[in-house]
Design a protein around this ligand. Structure first.
Ligand SMILES: *Cc1c(COP(=O)(O)O)cnc(C)c1O
Length: 389
């Protein structure tokens, strides 16, 4: 027996954590007393709206909520989600079977491949993309097939470029629209095409809609608006960005009953539900979505305009995002994403995220998050104006 601990093969297979180096440099800059502006984090900087906090405070007093929550989520929350879905998307999922509250959407996205992927199967993942998609496919024993998101296709994958033998082995496709990190969006026609392919080749679609309510133009569609989509697709929603609730850990999955039951079966073997007081606060949030979320959108829109207008004035080629709170910017000539972000940190004390951290196809871009206030964004633009790229 070897005395030293050796990590599992599945952990050793994961790519190195590319944000570690930038995090080290950021901490060094702060320790050196520099006035660092952090445009790196995808976490709302403003607090959870008071009406939601008050709701939690009331419900936390109820002793019946202090025990294990029901695996399938509280009936009140499932009904609230159904009503929200109907109001927002015109789709009516059945609260008994087609809706599952989750501990944030990350947890559910990470567990879902265990319900649909076997060793040797293929899971298609967008690149650049949230790292969870790739690691969860691998944790399930699957092989991740990378779909580059094409700037010329509005950051959608070229579905015609997927080889026939990959379609044959595919059991799962992750999608994420509105998209982090590219801010790209999908229309209903794209989702229709995906649903057709899923039926034809027999795979399941996991559409991550974490930014579905963070939009500045036309409301983005749900894949479940495609007739019959629930047979082949599950959509993952989150209260994190919609209601400034990242720390609360609450989201939900919507889809056909067999798919939702499969996810619930995995989760029943991994967790014991969401604190019921948090579920009741989520009811408050969803029931008042139409009044709570618009000011959150307005705030990001103002910040977006400050940053995008400012950078454009400096001659930067910056697309204006229509959704999400990210600005995805092509690197200046002669720079890749790592050297761009290093220069911004070293010479301007700005933390940004290199596109390479989201996958190879992200390398020509870097990401700025609109999670600091407008005066700080103006200050960031001012600092960039003094750099020579
Ligand atoms: C923030 C984010 C989520 C949401 O995570 P939660 O676990 O719900 O807080 C999911 N997907 C992407 C791409 C995100 O950026």
């Amino acid at each position: 027996m070897p005395a030293t601990f050796v990590k599992s093969e599945r952990l050793r297979q994961l790519p190195p954590y590319l944000f570690a180096e930038i995090d080290r440099k950021k901490k060094a800059a702060i320790a050196a007393g520099r006035d660092v502006i952090n445009l790196g984090v995808g976490d709302p900087d403003t607090p959870t709206p008071e009406v939601i906090v008050r709701s939690l405070q009331r419900h936390v007093e109820n002793p019946s909520y202090h025990q294990y929550a029901l695996d399938q989520g509280s009936p009140e929350l499932r009904r609230s989600i159904a009503s929200f879905f109907s109001r927002r998307y015109g789709v009516d999922p059945d609260p008994e079977g087609e809706i599952l509250p989750t501990i944030g959407s990350k947890e559910a996205l990470a567990h879902f491949p265990l319900a649909v992927v076997d060793p040797g199967d293929v899971g298609l993942v967008p690149d650049p993309g949230y790292p969870v998609y790739r690691s969860s496919v691998r944790f399930a024993g699957g092989e991740a097939f990378v779909m580059p998101l094409r700037p010329d296709l509005g950051f959608r994958p070229d579905l015609d470029a997927v080889p026939a033998d990959i379609w044959k082995r595919a059991k799962l496709m992750f999608l994420n629209y509105p998209n982090n990190p590219t801010a790209g969006s999908a229309d209903l026609a794209f989702f229709e095409r995906v649903v057709d392919l899923a039926r034809e080749h027999g795979f399941v679609v996991a559409q991550d809609a974490a930014y579905g309510e963070v939009y500045f133009d036309a409301p983005p569609p749900s894949i479940l608006q495609v007739p019959g989509a629930k047979d082949v697709a599950v959509e993952f929603h989150s209260l994190s960005k919609t209601f400034n609730m990242t720390g609360w850990r609450v989201g939900f999955a919507v889809g056909g009953a067999p798919l939702i039951a499969a996810l619930a079966q995995v989760k029943a073997n991994a967790d014991s539900g969401i604190f019921t007081a948090v579920q009741m606060a989520a009811v408050t949030a969803l029931d008042q979505y139409e009044t709570i979320t618009p000011p959150i959108r307005t705030l990001y829109k103002e910040r977006r305009d400050v940053l995008v207008t400012g950078l454009k004035k400096l001659g930067w080629d910056v697309p204006t995002p229509e959704a999400t709170f990210y600005v995805w910017i092509p690197c200046p000539a002669g720079y890749d994403s790592s050297s761009t972000c290093s220069k911004l940190l070293e010479e301007a004390a700005l933390v940004t995220t290199p596109g390479l951290g989201f996958g190879q196809s992200g390398d020509g871009f870097f990401r700025m998050a609109l999670t600091v206030d407008s005066p700080r964004l103006e200050e960031a633009v001012d600092r960039i104006s003094k750099l020579s790229f």
